[in-house]
Design a protein around this ligand. Structure first.
Ligand SMILES: C[S@@+](CC[C@H](N)C(=O)[O-])C[C@H]1O[C@@H](n2cnc3c(N)ncnc32)[C@H](O)[C@@H]1O
Length: 279
């Protein structure tokens, strides 16, 4: 049984440093988000689970409209307010299960590494559909249990993969949760992005433990993992950038939002197994 992670406890101290992305990687994400969004501008964007505001200012720059960064952790929000301020971005207290916005307010909603933290997805799905305008898009960047990548750090922390398989939902679980409220899958893409300039930079960031999976491990196994990492990198220093494969699932709201689709009823859209992984 996995622990529930409260970002007010520790992650807020390290997240912005440990998970910072270079500007060109953020720009590549913005281009990918724009490719899957309505083409008109401006768009109103909800960055749901906005954390330290890693993407919120760039979303404002890309889509030209107001951006709402909704985040339950007061301390993550505090970091965002001080280090990721932007005139078009408002950071608001809230959560996926209770979004402080009126119906139909958003053209685009981003859930970036958030869906596995949502405790009550059946309550969150209609709330997300409620604030999304018809024709709006939901972009879900996450790892999915049925499409596990093979990140470098798993080599040193053998239990990480097991934890992640339990932590992350499958694509079908997510698609089903949103199909019930009229959101249908539009695409599933896979993107390779640069995490760190080289192994030394990667190791330094990993040491910050700005990944909630570490909070599911014992201090002993963490210490053993870092010792294995140090030995491995001393034997094979390497200079190549460290990259990772990232999935992005795109869902679209058509017609009347919030409609409950009952089991067995067709609501259009491609079933998950027909989604293109290369799109
Ligand atoms: C891994 S961080 C991702 C933050 C940000 N999206 C990013 O990529 O930098 C997960 C965030 O989800 C937030 N979170 C946890 N439960 C949530 C919920 N029910 N609704 C919205 N956000 C939630 C956490 O507080 C945390 O800030």
């Amino acid at each position: 049984m996995l622990k529930r992670i409260n970002y007010d406890d520790r992650q807020h101290l390290v997240y912005a440093r440990g998970r910072a992305l270079p500007p060109d990687v953020v720009a590549a994400w913005m281009a990918e988000f724009a490719r899957h969004s309505p083409s008109r501008r401006p768009l109103t964007v909800l960055d749901l689970g906005s954390g330290t505001g890693r993407f919120s200012p760039a979303l404002a720059g890309t889509f030209g409209g107001p951006v709402y960064g909704v985040e339950p952790s007061a301390r993550m929000r505090q970091v965002a307010t001080t280090s990721a301020a932007h005139p078009s971005v408002s950071y608001l207290q809230g959560a996926a299960e209770k979004i402080p916005l009126p119906d139909d307010r958003c053209d685009l909603i981003l859930l970036y590494l958030v869906i596995h933290h949502i405790q009550d997805l059946p309550a969150a799905a209609p709330e997300i559909a409620r604030v999304l305008a018809p024709g709006g898009r939901l972009l879900i960047r996450n790892t999915f249990a049925d499409r596990m990548p093979d990140p470098l750090w798993h080599r040193w922390f053998p239990r990480a993969r097991m934890i992640e398989e339990e932590l992350f939902p499958t694509v079908a679980e997510v698609v089903d949760a949103f199909a019930r409220v009229g959101l249908r899958p539009a695409a599933l893409t896979s993107i390779r992005h640069r995490l760190a300039a080289g192994p030394a930079d990667y190791a330094a960031r990993l040491r910050l433990r700005a990944n909630s999976v570490f909070e599911q491990m014992t201090e002993r196994e963490i210490a053993e993992g870092f010792a294995a990492m140090d030995a491995d990198l001393a034997a094979h220093p390497g200079t190549d950038p460290v990259e990772e494969d990232c999935d992005l699932l795109i869902l679209e709201l058509d017609g009347a939002h919030g409609r409950v689709v009952h089991a067995g009823e067709q609501d259009g859209g491609a079933p998950p197994h027909q989604l293109s992984g290369q799109n």
